[in-house]
Design a protein around this ligand. Structure first.
Ligand code: NAD
Length: 442
């Protein structure tokens, strides 16, 4: 098939590359000229395991362009995979999606299957349809098109794997030919696992929000239980195992921590709250999920303040991990932003180490924060610091050399935002170990 994918971010670049891997001809389109120039020269703009190799492997079937007309000269399927960030009131900002829809209407030269992969509120397909039709009318064109909803479920950090071996593909259509096309397109992806669920467009759009809101709810739920555990003198790690053993609950996604971040959960929870509010429904569970999460990002600073006092002037903290989760350089809405901001506001200096996100941190998020120093190695970052704070659970932080940590730190103190370590063995080694959901007097 001949496919255009507009937006070459985490979703567009990965899915475009995976479509090429399955033998399709793919045009990846982005308005960011620097990004496209880089991709034309083999520079991958994001860190995503396996992506670089897959782009190289499929270079003869992948083209990178800034002009959508070039792509639509050949393609008859056009995916929209641009960002839908929160607008000022938290609702999804559809300006990029609708701008792409207009450009499709201007550039299409044959029947077009327009597939929305961006996460968008129910009703967006109608707006996309109107934007395309408006341009066709201006051109006096009688070309026809289908609009399809195909929300994406890949996870940053395992995006290539998720895309090649999806758990499920959700497709929302309102014509048989669109349903058949999507089924043919995804057949090669579903040979070993996963299934394709066909439904109406509104249900497909809603499925994406429901999925992300459920996952965010699980995280805020276990964080709330963790906070209560701290107060009542229970250990959330044991409680987690205890509840996970019930198959109705299960073990997945109930890890206590310092809050969810990333480009999806925060904005999608907010967007569904706004959608519901606009229709007169007060989404109370989702509001609580969001409120618990915001507060949870301050869980570690609260513990640190309880330990050292309100002012942290003169103290140095090592932060391991800046990205919102492991295996990505994405720092959108990361807990590290809130934690480091809070510590440095209180006068502390931070030594930061992240396997991939340092450049993003330096150039985008902490450009103006002079209290942060970056290090190339996790042990170097510890030297002369008063405590280690684990923020992101990168694999390289899982089994560190604790003796070396002890030698490097001024005092053997660890604040663990992801409950990665064994409290007993750390205490035997002489560490003061603070985790989420386990009170200091446990
Ligand atoms: P991103 O910010 O990484 O990439 C978006 C890209 O679109 C950018 O390269 C930008 O330059 C480009 N763009 C914006 N407007 C454009 C236009 N008019 N023409 C051409 N290109 C344009 O975004 P992302 O993380 O890939 O997310 C895209 C969508 O997919 C969002 O709706 C998001 O909610 C959803 N989603 C994201 C993930 C994820 O893990 N990142 C997972 C599932 C779904």
């Amino acid at each position: 098939m001949k496919i255009a994918v507009v937006g070459t971010g985490y979703v567009g670049l990965v899915s475009g590359t995976c479509f090429a891997e399955m033998g399709n001809d793919v045009w990846c389109v982005d308005k960011d000229e620097e990004k496209i120039a880089g991709l034309q020269n083999g520079v991958i703009p994001i860190f995503e395991p396996g992506l670089k190799e897959l782009v190289q492997k499929n270079s003869d079937r992948l083209r990178f362009v800034t002009d959508i007309s070039e792509a639509l000269q050949e393609a008859n399927i056009c995916f929209i995979a641009v960002g839908t960030p929160p607008g000022e009131d938290g609702s999804a900002d559809l300006s990029a999606v609708l701008a792409v829809a207009s450009s499709i209407g201007k550039a299409m030269v044959r029947h077009m299957f327009v597939v929305d992969k961006s996460t968008v509120p129910v009703g967006t397909s109608r707006k996309v349809r109107q934007a395309i039709q408006h341009e066709l009318n201006l051109r006096g064109s009688n070309l026809t098109f289908d609009v399809i909803s195909n929300p994406e479920f890949l996870k940053e950090g395992t995006a290539v794997h998720d895309c090649l071996l999806p758990d499920r593909i959700i497709v929302g259509t309102d014509t048989d030919k669109a349903a058949r096309l999507m089924s043919d397109l995804y057949k090669p992806f579903l040979r070993s696992t996963g299934r394709l669920l066909q439904m109406d467009i509104a249900s497909a759009e809603m499925t994406k929000y429901a999925a992300n809101c459920m996952l965010a709810t699980k995280i805020s739920f276990i964080n709330e239980i963790a906070n209560i555990c701290e107060l009542v003198g229970a250990d959330v790690n044991k409680v987690r195992m205890g509840i996970g053993s019930d198959p109705r609950i299960g073990y997945s996604f109930i890890f206590p921590g310092c809050g969810y971040g990333g480009s999806c959960f925060p904005k999608d929870v907010q967007a569904l709250i706004r959608t519901s509010g606009g229709l007169g429904y007060d989404a109370r569970i989702l509001q609580a999920v969001e409120a618990v999460n915001e507060s949870q990002k301050l869980a570690l600073p609260r513990r640190i303040v309880a330990r050292y006092g309100e002012s942290l002037t003169g103290l140095h903290f090592t932060c391991w991990g800046l990205s919102f989760k492991p295996d990505t350089d994405d720092m959108r809405c990361a807990a590290s932003l809130v934690i480091i901001d809070e510590l440095t506001k209180r006068g502390a200096k931070v030594h930061a180490y992240d396997p991939q996100a340092e450049k993003v941190a330096r150039t985008i998020y902490f450009r103006d924060n002079e209290s942060i120093e970056y290090f190339d190695g996790k042990y170097d970052a510890l030297k002369g610091c008063d405590a280690l704070i684990l923020i992101t659970e990168w694999k390289e932080f899982r089994s560190p050399d604790f003796e070396r940590i002890k030698e490097c730190l001024r005092e053997p103190v660890i604040f663990d935002g992801r409950n990665q370590y064994e409290a007993e063995s750390l205490q035997e080694m002489g560490f003061e170990y603070h985790q989420i959901g386990v009170g200091d007097n446990f």
